[in-house]
Design a binder for this molecule. Structure first.
Ligand SMILES: *[C@@H]1O[C@H](CO)[C@@H](O)[C@H](O)[C@H]1NC(C)=O
Ligand SMILES: *[C@@H]1O[C@H](CO)[C@@H](O)[C@H](O)[C@H]1NC(C)=O
Ligand SMILES: *[C@@H]1O[C@H](CO)[C@@H](O)[C@H](O)[C@H]1NC(C)=O
Ligand SMILES: *[C@@H]1O[C@H](CO)[C@@H](O)[C@H](O)[C@H]1NC(C)=O
Length: 355
């Protein structure tokens, strides 16, 4: 059984990682939780103690070294401020541990290139394969997985719309998160990777170029807080991506219009939070199904399964889950960076960096 540690003890660890990991606690052993400060590590361990026994509390440089030196810990989840994640992930990979790093993969295309270069040299020196996964969870949402199959039924794609009206106001627990305020691209980059992941997955091809307008309207949010972009897909189809960070009308929608029908995925609530998937056919008929959220759990399960398999196979012939690969996370960041760059240049066409 895989033995893991969690590096980070922030809101997402306390409210998502710990409850979701609890649902699959028979698949692994949670040995330690680390935070920069003792206080924050202790608070997370206290929550973890409800479902896991004997979780060690680690903090500061010394605590991090303990985890690095502990050869029984074969994998870590890195859930830190966006600015620090890549450095810590690489440190852990160098120590031979598999890493599941929270999104975004990195803060910019330049950082992604450096990160991939370093990962390559670590992998070349490593005695066995070390997996670097990025946790974005949308590629594991059952609704989006279903749409990836259904999209074939709508025939030739003619238009795509991705409409995101967020509700990032002072009631949101992430609103005051300080690192997101110092992050280039603000909430558009941090949250946007999810919606780009969903887009790329549903259309089944890459975004090649974009043109965008951005603005900063709500001064309580870091800039920009609103983006309207036109994107061009590799299959020849174009679409629009609209994202407002803080609106009064929360909405998350992907809509793909084809010659033989339309496929739509919209966030909703039917006793549980999830997505309503609707397929409109040529005959005017439509069918809909509701899929409750389970992306985070599915993703954690996939990572733990990769880690367990690598222990069994000693790493040699392991094919890690492609939806978790660092490259996929990098591609999502690259699309948003191109949009933000175009926005900064008043809508000039920008080609998306290929990874
Ligand atoms: C403990 O596990 C249960 C069952 O999986 C879960 O519903 C609950 O949220 C977990 N509690 C914490 C504090 O993580
Ligand atoms: C689209 O519809 C036409 C006519 O109804 C049909 O011939 C064609 O096979 C359909 N294409 C797809 C991809 O379903
Ligand atoms: C978004 O930006 C546009 C300008 O590009 C502005 O007209 C509009 O009011 C902004 N919308 C919101 C909801 O902030
Ligand atoms: C934040 O947005 C949510 C959803 O639109 C809304 O219910 C809530 O009242 C808003 N809070 C503030 C402080 O505006």
């Amino acid at each position: 059984m895989a033995t893991i540690a969690i590096i980070g003890a922030g809101i997402f660890v306390r409210t998502q990682y710990l409850p979701r990991l609890s649902e699959i606690s028979d698949l692994f052993h949670l040995k330690a939780i680390w935070s920069r400060t003792q206080e924050s590590a202790r608070a997370a361990v206290e929550i973890a103690d409800k479902n896991f026994s004997g979780v060690q509390c680690k903090w500061g440089d010394e605590g991090l070294d303990d985890i690095i030196r502990d050869s029984s810990i074969t994998a870590v989840a890195v859930v830190l401020a966006g600015q620090n994640q890549v450095d810590i992930s690489l440190k852990m990979l160098k120590a031979g541990k598999h890493v599941l790093q929270e999104k975004p993969a990195a803060a910019s295309v330049k950082d992604l290139e450096t990160a991939l270069h370093n990962y390559k040299s670590i992998s070349a020196d490593a005695p066995r394969q070390v997996i670097w996964s990025v946790a974005e969870n949308y590629r594991f949402e059952p609704a989006l997985v279903e749409c990836k199959k259904l999209v074939a039924e709508i025939g030739t794609m003619m238009s795509v719309q991705v409409i995101i009206e967020g509700s990032m106001n002072s009631s949101n627990p992430y609103f005051s998160s300080s690192w997101r305020r110092d992050f280039t691209g603000g909430f558009i980059l941090d949250m946007g990777v999810h919606f780009i992941a969903g887009l790329r997955m549903v259309v089944g091809c890459e975004v090649v170029s974009v043109s965008a307008m951005t603005s900063h309207v709500d001064s309580s949010l870091p800039p920009p807080d609103n983006i309207s972009s036109v994107f061009h897909l590799e299959n020849g189809c174009s679409g629009v991506f609209v994202m407002v960070v803080s609106s009064r009308t929360p909405k998350i929608l992907w809509r793909v219009v084809g010659m033989n029908g339309t496929l739509q995925i919209e966030r909703g609530f039917q006793g549980q939070h999830g997505y309503l998937v609707s397929l409109y056919g040529v005959d005017g008929q439509s069918k809909s199904s509701f899929f409750p959220f389970s992306g985070v759990t599915e993703e954690l399960k996939a990572f733990i399964s990769d880690v367990s398999e690598s222990t069994l196979k000693k790493g040699s012939e392991l094919v890690a889950e492609p939806r978790l690969s660092y490259i996929e996370g990098a591609r999502d960041v690259a699309v948003l960076e191109a949009m933000l760059e175009s926005g900064a240049r008043k809508g000039e066409l920008v080609h998306v960096k290929r990874f």
